[in-house]
Design a protein around this ligand. Structure first.
Ligand code: ADP
Length: 160
């Protein structure tokens, strides 16, 4: 049986880079739970409800995907969902150090959950939620960087 994976993140907002990673999971996993982290240490631009709505809208054509949010330890959430793996995206070497720390800490917290790294298509390696927010705030075109629901929300930033 193909396993169930959790793809956690802030998704503030979802970008085409995130969606590229989610699509790459299709042949590998039966089910992918995209999980928006409720993290008191971060101050995201969009509310949890908005981030969930943008993700659900963007993943509506992907039947193996479920979108939800979680609080607390990621590995405990993964175990509670019966998942075997955590998916993380690696864009460049700059992502690696932090991701390695997280993966090894998560393994220490639960050796039943394996972290799996996926690389996006090359065109998305420069893409981050922070960069699209910056472009949108300055009135730049983000239509090729994010799905339509996120584009609408981002355009409202430049024209409040
Ligand atoms: P976090 O705050 O957990 O890093 P993000 O929403 O920024 O949340 O990212 C979630 C995951 O998606 C991370 O593993 C990140 O490296 C990955 N990711 C973000 N943008 C991209 C992209 N353009 N291509 C591939 N992976 C990405």
């Amino acid at each position: 049986m193909k396993p169930h994976a959790i793809y956690p993140g802030t998704f503030d907002p979802v970008t085409n880079g995130h969606l590229d990673i989610i699509r790459r999971c299709a042949p590998l996993f039966n089910q992918v739970t995209v999980a928006v982290a409720v993290n008191p240490a971060k101050t995201p631009l969009f509310s949890i409800a908005d981030r969930l709505e943008m993700l659900r809208d963007a993943c509506a054509d992907l039947p193996f995907v479920r979108v939800t949010s979680f609080e607390g330890l990621l590995v405990r959430f993964a175990e509670s969902q019966g998942a075997q793996a955590i998916i993380r995206g690696l864009r460049a070497v700059s992502d690696f150090e932090y991701e390695l720390q997280m993966a090894l800490m998560n393994r220490r917290l639960s050796d039943r959950i394996e972290t799996v790294f996926l690389m996006p298509s090359q065109e998305y390696t420069y893409l981050s939620s922070s960069i699209v927010k910056g472009v949108a705030r300055a009135g730049g075109d983000v239509s090729e960087l994010v799905p339509p629901g996120a584009q609408k929300a981002l355009e409202a930033l430049a024209h409040p």
